[in-house]
Ligand binder design. Structure first.
Ligand code: 0RQ
Length: 502
């Protein structure tokens, strides 16, 4: 502990998790560190769960992104969370959101910091921040994620540190903390390639803001992704062929452009597909580094990877954290405001790969709402990237729930990424390159190349009748019928219907 607590004057701030949790006040806004189950505040929230057994306490919780079971499961189930933002990915939390018990503010992850600056999120009474060390000169070194912690630290009234001594000391030096100033007075962000370091290795805060320090040894909850299967492997192959065509067309080189890949099993599998390819010297400029990125570093394919968090399965956690020194000069963790900054995504020319729940025949994408009403996880950073990337790619299997659901529908039941933000769609069936195409030109590619064979005829039937009914309008729809596939699903547990043969 002494080695990790460089600022000796803080030694008398060390308290138990219970004592720290007692500082949190009912009805306040609390920021917490953590991004996709990495670098989460853990022991103080669990002490709050205990406290809630004998006392009514409700708080608004803002984080980087989704947290592990301590917050998004246990703290939620204990009834402590009034409002949650900006991202979650937990079955218990999701259930409470969809029951109306928790208010959820699902937001672009790059926007949060500006909302804090403007006082829309706040006033933040406490920040609970997991750190691997506090240096002699007062820098707080975060653990496996940075997320929104720097902006929360700037605006929070009080900071509670969870000094987690189970994280390797080799994390010190991996972070690059740069905070843009006030809008209107701000300089351009001084980064012209993704490998540059532009900030400090930790978060600088006035020492008097540190109210308490709790020593912790809780590891991060491992990621829950499942290994690639035949279909995700196929999607990866389709995407790699697309990149080869882009090289032939002179738009990309063998090093591609910096890659962003979203959360989840599909996105991870797609990235894994690079392992046996000819692409090399790749740079990853993403939000989350999942297993695949470290496998690609090991395979000598990725030369540098920057993100705002590292989220690994148990197996990879042991491998990577047990040998972090070997990766130290190849990885970098930044605030999510920087990893997801539109200015940088556009300047660096990112290739972004995110996952859709469903998409429609014109290319609008729903990434968040099951059948238009029930929240799944949230938009996360997918919108930050899709809109501003050089190439905005969406991947999804063409079907869900054993084939009862078509991921390609006449009209999406909720829009996260409009047709204007979606360049390329990949399913296990094939690819639709929508760039430069008008809505009616897209239909053919999306249905013929990407839809599941079970639903192609039904999609064409809808489109042809919509075309007739609107006299070939810019975006043909039969409004009474556009969402009928979702209605059918609710009533009959399937989107399939008998198509009348002409
Ligand atoms: O549910 O496991 O109960 O069967 O949705 O679907 O196919 O396992 O895909 O794990 O990659 O998640 C969009 C949710 C995909 C995720 C989403 C059901 C399906 C399954 C999961 P079951 P898969 P994944 C950067 C980027 C938004 C945030 C984002 C996500 C479950 O990728 O949250 O991109 N993205 N952030 O059965 C009903 C459909 C369905 C469906 C799939 N059409 N209708 N259910 N499912 N399609 C990271 C961050 O921002 C932090």
């Amino acid at each position: 502990v002494e080695k990790r607590l460089g600022l000796k004057q803080l030694a008398d701030k060390v308290v138990s998790a219970q004592e720290a949790a007692a500082l949190i006040q009912d009805g306040t806004v609390v920021g917490m560190s953590g991004f996709t189950r990495a670098g989460d505040a853990k022991v103080v929230p669990m002490a709050l769960v205990e406290r809630a057994k004998t006392e009514q306490i409700k708080i608004d919780v803002y984080t980087g992104a989704s947290l592990g079971p301590e917050v998004d499961n246990h703290l939620a189930a204990a009834g402590v969370i009034n409002k949650r933002g900006p991202f979650q990915g937990d079955a218990v939390m999701r259930g409470l959101i969809n029951k109306g018990d928790i208010k959820y503010v699902d937001a672009h992850l790059s926007h949060n910091a500006e909302l804090v600056r403007q006082g829309i999120i706040g006033p933040i009474k406490h920040l609970i921040l997991e750190a691997v060390a506090i240096t002699e000169d007062g820098l707080i070194i975060p653990t496996n994620s940075v997320g929104n912690s720097p902006i929360f630290a700037e605006y929070a009234e009080n900071i509670i540190i969870e000094l987690n001594i189970s994280h390797p000391e080799a994390l010190i030096g991996i972070h690059d903390i740069y905070i843009p100033g006030e809008q209107g007075k701000r300089e351009a962000i001084p980064m012209t390639n993704a490998e540059q370091r532009i900030g400090e290795i930790g978060i600088r805060v006035p020492v008097e803001k540190i109210q308490a320090i709790v020593i912790s040894e809780e590891p991060d909850a491992p990621s829950l992704i499942v290994p690639p299967d035949e279909e995700t492997q196929n999607m990866a192959n389709i995407l790699l062929d697309f990149f080869r065509d882009e090289i032939k067309a002179g738009r990309l080189t063998n090093e591609l452009m910096p890659l962003q890949s979203g959360v989840g099993s599909v996105a991870n599998a797609v990235l894994d597909g690079f392992a046996d390819s000819e692409f090399e010297n790749l740079v990853v400029a993403s939000e989350v580094l999942q297993d695949a990125v470290f496998n690609l570093i090991d395979a000598g394919k990725v030369r540098f990877a920057a993100a705002t968090s590292i989220t690994l399965t148990k197996e990879l956690q042991d491998k990577v954290y047990g040998n972090l020194e070997a990766y130290a000069d190849k990885i970098c963790l930044r605030p999510q405001e920087i990893s997801n900054h539109p200015e940088l995504i556009r300047r660096l020319g990112l290739i972004s790969i995110n996952t859709a729940l469903e998409l429609d025949i014109y290319g609008n994408v729903n990434s968040t709402h099951v059948s238009g009403t029930k929240m799944m996880n949230g938009i996360g950073g997918s919108g930050d990237f899709a809109r501003n990337a050089r190439l905005g790619i969406f991947v999804t299997k063409s079907y869900a729930k054993g084939g009862a659901i078509s991921s390609i529908v006449p009209m999406v039941s909720h829009v996260d990424h409009t047709e204007h933000d979606v360049d390329v769609i990949v399913t296990e069936q094939g690819i639709a390159d929508l760039r430069g195409l008008s809505p009616k030109e897209r239909v053919e590619l999306i249905i013929n190349n990407c839809a599941h064979p079970d639903f192609k005829e039904q999609l064409w039937d809808y489109y042809n009748r919509a075309y007739e009914a609107t006299g070939g309008a810019h975006t043909p729809h039969i409004l009474e019928e556009a969402l009928s596939w979702h209605v059918n699903l609710a009533k009959n547990k399937t989107m399939k219907k008998e198509v009348a043969k002409a």
